[in-house]
Ligand binder design. Structure first.
Ligand SMILES: Cc1cc2nc3c(=O)[nH]c(=O)nc-3n(C[C@H](O)[C@H](O)[C@H](O)COP(=O)(O)O)c2cc1C
Length: 326
């Protein structure tokens, strides 16, 4: 089994933006990562999409779209295809009140015909693959019908990959944040979906914490998607293990240097932007030097300059005081 192909990183608003995708790609360029959701209208009308222009390797980055209008999906897909992406993922799982009010995200689980039309629309105008991310059900209903009907109908447009967050969305009683932890996960429902739709690629999501230790899941589905834990500790995806903390530290420094060079280029074209530095806050997570790094990073955020970060990275480790010495 190709472990890198079995795992993927979940779309997360405010987290898997173009910059975090870039970091992940430096850590492991074989793991697919899904971008934070962008609404079709935002792709068509705003400049936000231009952040993705600078990303070098888009074959492992899957663009997640929200929306419910086939015509807008078509227009957005044409723009996304031009940027070099190979796949669009349609968000049919977000339970936030704003998304519900806009009748997309989780609302689409009950409207498979519309999702099929949106997928058809993307496929008619581009060569992009289309995948879906949704949940096992809505509110407290526990029968299989809603998800089975959904997969049956959407498959008619040729969609083969379904990512399933293994919990229902509870629409009125809980916020979007609470919906990430409540109700409890039901992996068996996802395993059953795979048994019933053997020819579909079924990826399970929800509650996975490591890049190993998932042997009980391996033969039951086609992949595992990791969200929050991947953001907290993207280092679990490093291609080659490193035995000592010192080796880890050196590898992370090299990756950070590449990231800073990338940011310098981006900021040259646009303006200084604090968001990509927020992703770097826990870059030395679990290693000595992490505290010092965070201090310097907060200085960089205040001064809006990258020099102090470059200095931290370029300094010989012995050149640093005891706090950073490993
Ligand atoms: C901060 C945050 C933002 C999220 N944004 C999205 C999103 O834009 N699109 C989406 O489909 N899911 C989104 N999710 C849900 C995740 O993709 C994933 O389904 C969920 O976190 C469960 O996986 P986990 O237990 O591995 O974190 C978000 C989750 C978090 C924590």
């Amino acid at each position: 089994m190709n472990k890198n192909a079995f795992y993927s990183i979940a779309p997360m608003m405010g987290r898997t933006d173009s910059y975090f995708c870039y970091i992940l790609n430096l850590i492991n360029n074989e793991i697919p990562i899904y971008t934070e959701m962008m609404h079709t209208n935002a792709v068509i009308n705003s400049k936000k999409i231009s952040e993705y222009v600078y990303l070098p390797n888009k074959s492992k980055i899957i663009f997640q779209l929200g929306g419910n209008n086939p015509e807008y999906f078509k227009k957005a897909a044409e723009i996304i295809a031009k940027l070099g992406f190979k796949e669009i993922n349609i968000n049919c799982g977000c339970p936030s009140s704003r998304v519900q009010a806009g009748s997309f995200g989780i609302s689409l689980l009950s409207n498979p015909k519309l999702v099929r039309d949106c997928a058809d629309s993307i496929k008619q105008s581009t060569n992009l693959a289309v995948s879906i991310k949704t949940r096992i059900g809505v509110n407290y209903v526990s029968n299989n019908n809603i998800l089975d009907n959904f997969v049956n109908e959407v498959s008619k447009s040729g969609v083969k990959k379904f990512i399933i967050h293994a919990r229902n969305a509870i629409l009125k009683d809980f916020s979007a944040k609470n919906n990430l932890n409540i109700p409890s996960l039901n992996y068996d429902r996802v395993y059953k979906l795979k048994k019933d739709f053997k020819d579909k690629e079924i990826i399970i999501n929800g509650g996975f914490k490591s890049f190993t230790d998932n042997s009980s899941v391996l033969n039951k589905v086609d992949g595992i998607m990791i969200g929050r834990e991947a953001y907290k500790n993207p280092w679990m995806f490093l291609k080659r293990g490193h035995s000592s903390d010192l080796e880890h530290f050196e590898v992370r420094k090299k990756i950070m240097l590449k990231y800073l060079l990338f940011l310098s280029k981006c900021f040259f074209k646009t303006n200084f932007n604090t968001v990509p530095l927020i992703h770097a806050q826990s870059f030395f997570y679990m290693l000595k030097g992490s505290k010092e790094w965070k201090r310097i990073l907060s200085n960089s955020l205040k001064t809006k300059k990258l020099e102090c970060l470059f200095n931290f990275i370029r300094y010989n480790k012995e050149g640093y005081n005891n706090e950073i010495k490993i």
